[in-house]
Design a protein around this ligand. Sequence first.
Ligand code: FAD
Ligand code: NAD
Length: 475
Amino acid sequence: MSDQFDVIVIGGGPAGYPAAIRAAQLGLSVACIDDWKNTDGTQSFGGTCLNAGCIPSKALLESSELYDRAQHEFAAHGITLSGASFDLAQMQKRKNAIVKSSTQGILGLFKAAKVTPLPGHGRLLSDLRVLYTPLDGEPRELRAPSIILASGSVPMSLPTVPFDGVQVLDSWGALDMAAVPKRLGVIGAGVIGLELGSVWRRLGSEVVVLEAQDGFLPMADQQVAQEALKQLTKQGLDIRLGAKVSGAKTTKAGVVLAYTDATGSHSVTVDRVVVAIGRRARTEDLLGADSGVSVSTRGLIEVDDQCRTTVASVYAVGDCVRGPMLAHKAKEEGVMVAELIAGHYGAVDYATVPSVIYTHPEIAWVGLTEEQVKASGRAYKIGVFPFMASGRARAMEAGSGFSKVISAVDDDALLGVHIIGPMAGELIAEAVMALAYAASTEDLQRIIHAHPTLSEGLHEAALAADKRAIDYPNR
Ligand code: FAD
Ligand code: NAD
């Protein structure tokens, strides 16, 4: 095998593997190095997302939601189930099979695109050289005129509650539990805490979520966040805000988590703890001492708008650089960089990156929150349409939540769209398209939406912004 390629990608997650495939599509010879290690010691491509993130979490969210709906929704449809139960081992088996087929699928894609997969570790040296250490072989030097760093991220640990892989778990461990814990403590009411907390709550755990901040989902529109807090609390998630965890003690009764909040010192005893307080870029052992690539004080690889690092012809993409830690953002950066390397146009519109939280109901948004627009001083108008006024949502027993459109008063520009409700993650795609094409609120009002669909909610919300909603009283 040659040690010289046109492009070497270090990392085969949602940032690295699309970069490799796109570069190969554009006629370049590409190698992709990845050192993901499964619990059985094997390597697989796909990074955090496919192996231990987006895909397994959505598989368990789907299974647990079906079980929950069977218990709580079927009766309204006139469907009687006696003694609904679940088999966690089968749920985990299904999840693992989905992960396996997804990760093996990457190898199939590499083969079709003629990308050379290199399982093992990569380290950037000086002068566009990479030290590649195969899984079970001797290290050797590879060279390429362009190098893409896509090393991703790892869970942050809490020094006062260190991971032990048995009782104190990270998100990967939380996806792999073989039994439903009677009491589950989740530290961090962020995206992972809420998604995985929901999985285990639906399967019967008593879930306590300890969140250090006083506010709930501060990055989301607060009208949406408050509705989410209400719905999730109703489902039984015990979310305690302003709770600063000071330590954990393992006793016979379980893990005792000590925390303080505005009212004083407290403790809660649980059987398992999931620490989900954010992730950090993985840069250790990626950069040789003389690589020349700068890393910020926050541990992120420093890049410009087009993901160029401080070293010419070395790029970095995905979770290891600034911006939201999202698979779709990572993928677009990977594709952009591949196109730039091949001499084509490449860009990522960071203002239109959507966010989705896969709780029930789902939460999705794109653009600015009402709080951000207010802070900007720009005059704005708002249209809100509740799903309870949507015939399709009612037919689905999914009438909670709403669509919200925020627009500028001066030129009618769409500034932000926020949805909490059924299939919000799918519905937001229309709003992303609208923002990407600089649609006005009137454009959205004039587009025909099929009836009866959930997407009519967004149409009606746009109409409501000008007090012309038809299916709900205008306020
Ligand atoms: P990663 O996916 O972390 O991949 C990096 C890869 O590089 C890994 O395989 C790693 O082993 C390898 N690597 C690192 N350093 C080296 C080296 N020196 N040599 C060789 N290989 C190396 N995002 C969403 O958009 N939607 C979701 O629904 C979603 N759900 C998530 C659920 C969970 C539980 C978690 C933890 C994350 C979730 N995310 C989700 C976030 C998403 O997984 C990440 O944003 C995404 O995986 C980032 O892609 P990446 O390629 O930058 O990094
Ligand atoms: P996060 O940043 O979403 O949430 C972490 C939460 O933990 C925050 O609310 C923070 O205030 C809280 N926190 C921090 N330190 C704490 C402490 N000491 N005690 C109590 N609370 C504390 O991070 P995450 O949930 O770990 O997720 C990591 C990344 O993965 C996120 O950037 C997210 O975008 C990505 N992710 C995305 C999805 C999705 O797109 N649906 C799903 C899962 C993960």
